[in-house]
Design a protein around this ligand. Structure first.
Ligand code: ADP
Ligand code: MG
Length: 590
C-alpha cells in the first residue's frame, strides 16, 4: 500500500480538481438522499387520501402527485449533473496524472544506460509503461472516486435515517457489518483468482507473440502442430481459471442481494410493527427500504475498489523500483559543451567485465588513436571488438583503467557533447518505422538540405536503391512499409552516421552484409568524405581494413597484434593466418 504514497505528489499537484470533485460528489449525493423523503411523502398522501374520501381531495392528490414527481425528477437531474461534473474532475485528474507518470517513466528510460537494457527484457519494460500505469490510473480515478462516494453517501444516508428514526436505523444497519466482512473475504478470493487468470493471459500472449515473430522458424521446422498443442494446453488452463473465477463471481452478487433482502425484510417487519403501534407512518417504511437499496451498490463496490487499490499498489511498487534505478554513467551535463580533440584518444590498461554474464570482454587494453587516423580493428566473433566501440562511445564505462581524450578523462567530459561529436554505426542497426528520409535525418539535430541527404546516401552506397523505391526518399520502412535487405539496412545506418559529419566515426562490423564491390565503394567515399576525420573500422574481414593506417588484432579480449598491413603480415601470426584464409575464400568464390 505504501508504494502508492509516491503518487501523493501528483495528487497535490492536481489538488484543486480533487477538492472540486469531492464537492461535486457531496452535491450529487445531497440531492440523491432527498429522494426517499419524497417517496415517503407520496405514500403518506395516498394513505390520507384512502382514509378520507372526499371529492375535493381528488384534485389535491393529483396536484400533490404532480408536484412530488416533478421534484423527484428535478432531484434526479441535479444529481446527474453533479455526477457528470465529478467525472469531469476526478477521472480527468487521473488522466492528467497518468500522462505525467508516463512521461516520468519515459524520461527515466531515456536516462538509463545501455547496461540496464541489456539486463531487462523489452516486454517487461513495455508493461511498465502501459499496463502498470493503467492499473495505477484505475486507483487514481474510479478507485478514489468510489471511495469518496461511499463515505459521503453513507454519512448522508446515516444522518437522514438517524434523524428520522434511530431505532429503525439500527435494524437496517445490523446486516451491514456481516456484509462488509463477507465482501472483504470474497473479494480476496476473487482477487487471487483473477490474478491467476491475468497471469495465464499474459503467458498466452507471450506464446502468441513469440510464435508470430518466429513463424518462419516454426514453419521451416514443421512445428505448427506442437505449437498449436502447447497453445491449446495453456488456453485450456486459462479457460478453467476463468470459469473458476466466474463461479465465485456468480455467488458474490446473489449473496449481497440476499443480505440486502434480509435488511429490507427486517426494515419492513420492524417498521410494520412500529406503524401498527402508530409510532411511524407507512411512508417511512418505504423511505427506509429505499435507503437500504441506495447503500447496496456502494457497499458491493468495496471489494472491487479494494482489488483496484491492491493491484495499483503492486504496479506502483514496480514503477517505484524502476524510477529508483540510478543511471550508472554520469552524463556530466554541467561540463563544458565543447569537445577538444587535437591529439589522441588513449586507452590506458582498460578492462571491462559484463556484470550480468561475468564475462571479461576486454583485458588490459593499452592503445591510442591519433586524430585523423583510420584505425582498423579485426578479430573473431566474441573477441571484444564491439565492447571496445561501446567504451569509446561511452555507452559503457571501463571496469578498470581509463580512457582519455587529449589527456582529459573521457568520463569527465560532457556526455551529450561527446556523443554528438561522434558518428557511430552499430553492429545491430535499427531503423524506425518512418520514411527513409527521416531515418537518415535521425542522425542530426540541424536542418540539412535534401541535396546533402542525397550526397550522404550516395556516399553510403544506398542512393540508387532508394531511387528505385516507389516513393523514393519518402518510402516508409517497417511495419506498414517496405522491408530492406540486410545490406541496405547497413548502408542506411551508415548514411545516418555520415549526415552529421562526425569528427570521429566508428563503424562496427557494418559492412558484413554488403558485397565486396559495394564495400570498396563505401570505403572510398567515406575516405573522401571524412578525409581529415578520425575513423575506427571494426570488421572481421580484412578487405574492409585496406585503408586503415594502423590495424589492431583482438583475440579473446586482448590486443594481440598491432601495426600496419605489412608489419602484421611479417609477424606471421593471427592476422597473417586470417589473411591467407580469407584470400583463399575470395579466390574460391571467383
Ligand atoms: P565482438 O564484437 O568481437 O564479436 P563483443 O564485444 O560483442 O565481441 O563480445 C565480447 C564478449 O563479451 C563475448 O564473450 C560476449 O559474450 C560478451 N558480451 C558482449 N555483450 C555482452 C553483454 N551485453 N552482456 C554480457 N556479455 C556480453
Ligand atoms: Mg561485435
Amino acid at each position: 500500500m505504501s508504494s502508492l504514497f509516491y503518487l501523493n505528489k501528483y495528487l497535490v499537484r492536481y489538488k484543486w480538481r480533487l477538492i472540486l470533485g469531492t464537492i461535486f460528489i457531496i452535491c450529487s449525493n445531497v440531492f440523491f438522499v432527498q429522494q426517499p423523503g419524497l417517496i415517503r411523502d407520496a405514500i403518506n398522501e395516498i394513505e390520507d387520501f384512502i382514509a378520507n374520501v372526499d371529492p375535493q381531495a381528488t384534485s389535491n392528490i393529483l396536484k400533490q402527485g404532480l408536484w412530488l414527481s416533478g421534484l423527484y425528477t428535478l432531484l434526479s437531474i441535479l444529481k446527474g449533473i453533479f455526477l457528470f461534473f465529478t467525472r469531469q474532475t476526478i477521472i480527468i485528474m487521473s488522466r492528467f496524472i497518468e500522462y505525467d507518470l508516463k512521461n516520468e517513466i519515459y524520461d527515466q528510460y531515456q536516462r538509463l544506460t545501455f547496461n540496464f537494457y541489456k539486463k531487462n527484457a523489452t516486454g517487461d519494460l513495455m508493461n511498465r509503461i502501459s499496463e502498470d500505469v493503467t492499473k495505477v490510473r484505475m486507483y487514481l480515478g474510479p478507485g478514489i472516486m468510489y471511495t469518496i462516494n461511499l463515505f459521503v453517501l453513507f454519512s448522508l444516508v446515516l444522518y437522514k435515517m438517524l434523524s428520522r428514526n434511530a431505532e429503525l436505523t439500527l435494524y437496517v444497519l445490523t446486516p451491514l457489518p456481516i456484509m462488509s466482512l463477507l465482501i472483504y473475504f470474497v473479494s480476496r478470493v476473487i482477487n487471487k483468482k483473477s490474478e491467476k487468470v491475468q497471469a495465464q493471459q499474459s503467458l498466452l500472449s507471450t506464446i502468441v507473440q513469440e510464435t508470430f515473430s518466429g513463424i518462419r522458424v516454426v514453419k521451416s521446422h514443421v512445428k505448427e502442430e506442437s505449437v498449436s498443442a502447447k497453445f491449446e494446453k495453456e488456453a485450456d488452463l486459462y479457460k478453467k481459471n476463468s470459469m473458476n473465477l466466474a463461479l465465485t463471481n456468480a455467488f458474490f452478487m446473489p449473496t449481497i442481494i440476499l443480505l440486502i433482502g434480509i435488511s429490507t425484510i427486517l426494515t419492513i417487519y420492524m417498521g410494520g410493527l412500529q406503524a401498527n403501534n402508530g409510532t411511524i407512518d407507512p411512508g417511512e417504511i418505504a423511505e427506509f427500504v429505499v435507503y437500504v437499496n441506495m447503500l447496496t451498490w456502494p457497499f458491493a463496490s468495496v471489494g472491487w475498489v479494494t482489488s483496484i487499490v491492491q493491484r495499483a499498489a503492486a504496479s506502483q511498487k514496480r514503477i517505484n523500483e524502476f524510477l529508483e534505478v540510478d543511471p550508472d554513467i554520469n552524463p556530466n551535463h554541467d561540463a563544458e559543451q565543447e569537445i577538444h580533440f587535437d591529439q589522441d584518444i588513449r586507452l590506458n590498461q582498460v578492462s571491462l567485465t559484463y556484470e550480468n554474464s561475468g564475462v571479461t570482454a576486454l583485458k588490459n587494453i593499452d592503445f591510442n588513436i591519433k586524430k585523423g587516423e583510420t584505425i582498423g580493428i579485426i578479430g573473431k566473433t566474441g573477441s571484444g571488438k564491439s565492447t571496445l566501440a561501446y567504451l569509446i562511445m561511452r555507452l559503457l564505462d571501463p571496469s578498470n583503467g581509463n580512457i582519455t581524450v587529449d589527456n582529459k578523462r573521457l568520463d569527465e567530459l560532457n556526455l551529450d557533447a561527446w556523443r554528438a561529436y561522434m558518428g557511430y554505426v552499430p553492429q545491430e542497426h535499427f531503423l524506425f518505422s518512418d520514411s527513409i528520409l527521416n531515418n537518415i535525418l535521425f542522425g542530426t539535430k540541424e536542418d540539412v538540405s535534401f541535396e546533402r541527404v542525397q550526397e550522404v546516401a550516395k556516399n553510403a552506397g544506398i542512393h540508387d536503391s532508394i531511387m528505385n523505391f516507389p516513393e523514393q526518399y519518402e518510402t516508409r520502412l517497417g511495419e506498414r512499409g517496405i522491408n530492406l535487405s540486410g545490406g541496405q539496412k547497413q548502408r542506411l545506418s551508415i548514411a545516418r552516421a555520415l549526415i552529421k559529419t562526425p569528427d570521429i566515426l566508428v563503424l562496427d562490423d557494418c559492412l558484413s552484409a554488403v558485397d565486396n564491390e559495394t564495400e570498396e565503394l563505401i570505403l572510398q567515399s567515406i575516405k573522401s568524405e571524412l578525409r581529415s576525420k578520425t575513423t575506427l573500422i571494426i570488421s572481421h574481414r580484412i578487405s574492409s581494413l585496406k585503408y586503415a593506417d594502423r590495424i589492431i588484432v583482438m583475440d579473446d579480449g586482448r590486443l594481440v597484434e598491432h601495426g600496419n598491413h605489412e608489419e602484421l603480415m611479417s609477424l606471421k601470426g593471427i592476422y597473417f593466418d586470417t589473411y591467407k584464409r580469407q584470400e583463399l575464400q575470395t579466390d574460391q568464390n571467383k
